[in-house]
Write a protein that binds this ligand. Sequence first.
Ligand code: FE2
Ligand code: FE2
Length: 289
Amino acid sequence: MTATILPTPADLSITPRDRRFGRDAATPRLWHGGRVEATAIYNALSATFPIGEAYFVESVRKFREGAPPKLAEEIKGFTTQEAIHSREHDAFNKRAADAGYDLSKLEAQVEKRLAVARERGPYANLAATMALEHFTAILAHQLLANPQHLKGAEPETADLWRWHAIEEIEHKGVAYDTWLWATRDWPRFKRWKVKTKVMMYVTRNFVVDRTAGSLELMRQDGVIGLKAWWLLLAYLWVRPGMFRKIAGAWLKFFLPLFHPWNEDDRHLLGAYARIASGTEPKRKVRRAA
Ligand SMILES: [Fe+2]
Ligand SMILES: [Fe+2]
């Protein structure tokens, strides 16, 4: 196997940081700067993580057998990181429930999507994981690159999201490399066709489901109709405009020579060294009123 096929940096370290967040105090209901739409989109994303990341692990693990040692090691780091993310987002989701949100509709929708995906066999599941891992990696990049996204958020909750983002960047190539390994005997065009089709399908569901999930949570805060749509779309597409800002990185996935590590963005971790090192001392968190 050559570096042109697997351009994951040789010195990459995928380091699981077994951190716990938000255990000392309740999380305020509108933890994201008191904003209904900002809280809603992050909560809607979090609702998908425990179930979704367990699915990623399950999909990649099916191809672990016989993988080259470097890839096998990366898969180990990836599965450990994702398992801890699931635990922390499960705890976060429980705090959202304690604050009064009902996430059950959102979770049921993820289960429904995954049930359909599982019917399609291991290669389709691996491709879906690869596509969704690209999403998490570009969201993570944007989240760390632009402080506007978490501006005003409750500090410990913001750290949870940054910690998750750091590890998503570290393991962003694992599902992709597993895919390259699993499909090493496929013709190039078939590989490209399948990954393109799956990315289009996954993107449609991601945008539709996260929008619907956010609107459902906003409804639970009493914000409905045109006002809810306006607030949410302006937040996602205009300011701070997360979806608009990841659009270019999303498009790169379709390039024939795409690989997640074509862009080495580990420099972003430096700005959050206290989190990235995993040695940050536990801070006292003010209890919500
Ligand atoms: Fe994760
Ligand atoms: Fe991930």
